[in-house]
Design a protein around this ligand. Structure first.
Ligand SMILES: Nc1ncnc2c1ncn2[C@@H]1O[C@H](COP(=O)(O)OP(=O)(O)O)[C@@H](O)[C@H]1O
Ligand SMILES: [Mg+2]
Length: 246
């Protein structure tokens, strides 16, 4: 089976237990959302999935491989892609060069080969679908916030990952851009491609997700379809803070 699964993940930072035994599963062909209030542990879980942070215990399994002890570039080589909550762009380089870096799944290979060639059809296609085609030769530092937010997703998809983990890729976008981005995310799906989406905007989550996990203080308090999660009282209390529809 080619799904992604995390099993009973625990993580502590110093005295603070951030994840208390979290298990979730993301299938190909689906958007699996991870939501929850600030500090719930979402980014930490994304870092554990992609290998930037090591869990204290538990397992990460992807496409039949136990990733738990694998390094970031090994996970990437197995088809795991990732965007960051804070933009990780290389200023002084063009949009196309930043996106082209995604072609090199191994960081080491990336530094040896360097950027330069950005004529790969996958790069052109990513720039087009994320409306960056007109900015391809511009320095990333000169982009508006909304366009800069599109560079990382473009960089991730050019590696043709089979599972893409995105940490708040739409945060701060206008609602029109959010809607377009949600549409783009749905377009990534295929029988061999899935998405894990961390996001705050409930409207976006409810419209793009097939399945939702809700994390609160390091504990999964609910999971289900958008309708099930919307109706869940625990979610309303913990996530919306009021017990009422926001
Ligand atoms: N590297 C770190 N060192 C210490 N504490 C951390 C570190 N990363 C995250 N935390 C803490 O872990 C908790 C969960 O953070 P995070 O995973 O970023 O939550 P979320 O992405 O859901 O907002 C927070 O209390 C945060 O301060
Ligand atoms: Mg976060």
């Amino acid at each position: 089976m080619s799904h992604l699964e995390v099993v009973d993940i625990r993580k502590r930072f110093g005295g603070l237990e951030v994840l208390h035994g979290v298990s979730m599963r993301a299938e190909m062909g689906r958007v699996t959302a991870l939501i929850g209030p600030n500090g719930a542990g979402k980014s930490t879980l994304a870092n554990i999935i992609s290998g930037y942070v090591r869990a204290d215990s538990g397992r990460v399994v992807f496409a039949g491989h136990d990733l738990t002890r694998k390094r970031v570039h090994q996970r990437a080589a197995l088809g795991l892609g990732r965007t960051f909550q804070n933009l990780e762009l290389f200023h002084g380089m063009s949009v196309a060069e930043n996106v082209t870096l995604g072609r090199y799944r191994s960081a080491r290979l990336r530094w040896f080969t360097g950027p330069g060639r950005h004529d790969a059809p996958a790069v052109t296609e990513a720039l087009r679908t994320l409306t960056l085609a007109d900015q391809r030769d511009q320095d990333v530092g000169s982009l508006s916030f909304g366009r800069a937010k599109m560079v990382e997703p473009a960089r991730v998809v050019v590696a043709e990952p089979s599972m893409i983990v995105m940490d708040e890729p739409a945060a701060g976008l206008t609602s029109a851009r959010k809607a377009a981005f949600g549409h783009w995310i749905r377009g990534l799906l295929s029988p061999t491609t899935g998405v894990v989406l961390i996001e705050h905007d409930m409207q976006l989550i409810m419209s793009v997700s097939d399945y939702i996990y809700v994390l609160d203080h390091g504990v999964l308090i609910a999971d289900g379809t958008p309708d099930e999660v919307r109706r869940n009282d625990k979610v309303r209390e913990a996530y919306l803070g009021t017990g009422e529809e926001a």
